[in-house]
Design a protein around this ligand. Structure first.
Ligand code: ADP
Ligand code: TRP
Length: 327
């Protein structure tokens, strides 16, 4: 039976990149036969913490978001990473077989430094804790966005180093990317990769004026509607491509390319985007409101998830302890 596992860091409200690159495919995968583990990576969030209250709020936000998007806690185990402290022990065991060089090559670490984040040892060893998360549940498949692929490959490497030294303890995980390429790297309001840390993100549950304002921030240029344009040069079209059916998208692209009297202006494209996003997320927004009104139920779901997850992680950790001579 295939074991699926993934997680998401609770740092800020989930945005369109998190949704298309991660959350949506996590929820869809839970409909496949297998065992499913999804967690809220609160230990990882401490690498860039904005304080305890914000962390608690973000954890709740991610839990509620998963459930609102349709994750069924009867089919998938939803839990908080820190409810399974075994992963920190596993991270130590993995750290002791991992060379500095592997971590020094991590793109996401280099990227965070380039964006001015002050590095802690925790940030540097982020991929080790992530490998521990993956290996602790004997995961077979790890659905993630493109920017996490290198981390999953590092988990494969670390499993290999440990097994090479101590025998077959860890399972080799494989990663799975969103099937549609445009969902692998969603652009932000500035055309760069959408990311919480870059100030270019759109929260998925934005509605009303907030949504109109967010869409209003997508930059446009001064070319008039009649001027024929390459749709690839219009950032708004990339956003529309996330939501529209292929036929409708092709029609807008044709009109932009041809220009002339029938071509839409940027304001028109923005209106369509607001309507499409609003419609896409309306059902989940309503479920979110219900869940926010019942925090005790969300806590119960997380507690049940943690119990099941911890049982599996405890068994794998014990196997690793024995293999390296700690028992
Ligand atoms: P952020 O860059 O906002 O801090 P995270 O690094 O916490 O986001 O990523 C959480 C999950 O969302 C990961 O699986 C990641 O691959 C996915 N993800 C984040 N941003 C994007 C994006 N712009 N496009 C596609 N997937 C993304
Ligand atoms: N790094 C992931 C993110 O930024 C979160 C994460 C932590 C994760 N451990 C994981 C994802 C294990 C997949 C598997 O959201």
């Amino acid at each position: 039976m295939t074991t699926f596992l993934s997680g998401i860091q609770p740092s800020g409200r989930p945005h369109l990149g998190n949704y298309f690159g991660a959350l949506r495919q996590h929820v869809a995968a839970t409909l496949e036969p297998g065992t499913h583990f999804y967690f809220i990576a609160d230990y990882h969030a401490l690498t860039t913490s904005e304080g305890p209250e914000t962390l608690r709020e973000s954890v709740r936000d991610v839990a509620v978001t998963y459930l609102a998007l349709g994750l069924d806690p009867e089919r998938a185990c939803l839990f908080r990473q820190s409810d399974v402290p075994e992963v920190t022990e596993l991270a130590w065991l993995l750290a002791c077989v991992t060379g500095m060089g592997l971590l020094e090559r991590a793109h996401s670490y280099k990227d965070k430094l380039a964006h001015g984040i002050k590095p802690s040892v925790g940030l540097f060893t982020y991929p080790i804790l992530m490998a521990a998360d993956i290996l602790a549940y004997d995961s077979d498949l790890v659905p993630v966005g493109k920017d996490q692929v290198q981390h999953v490959e590092m988990a494969q490497d670390m499993a290999g180093y440990f097994n090479g030294k101590y025998g077959e303890v860890f399972h080799r995980p494989e990663c799975r990317l969103p099937a549609v390429e445009r969902f692998q790297k969603v652009p932000g309001l500035d055309g760069q990769k959408m990311s919480k840390s870059y100030g270019n993100a759109v929260w998925i549950f934005e509605s009303g004026k907030g949504l109109a304002k967010a869409v209003g921030r997508i930059p446009t240029d001064s070319r008039p509607p009649e001027e024929p344009k390459d749709p690839a040069s219009v950032l708004l079209m990339d956003f529309l491509a996330l939501f529209l059916e292929p036929e409708e998208l092709a029609d807008w692209q044709r009109r932009v390319r041809e220009g002339g009297a029938g071509a839409p202006g940027y304001g028109h494209l923005k209106q369509r985007l607001v309507a499409a996003m609003d419609e896409h997320f309306a059902p989940a927004r309503a479920r979110r409101d219900e869940l926010l009104a019942d925090p005790a139920e969300v806590d119960r779901i997380l507690a049940r998830g943690a119990e099941k997850a911890r049982a599996r992680a405890a068994a794998v950790t014990e196997r690793a302890r024995r293999a390296c001579g700690l028992r």
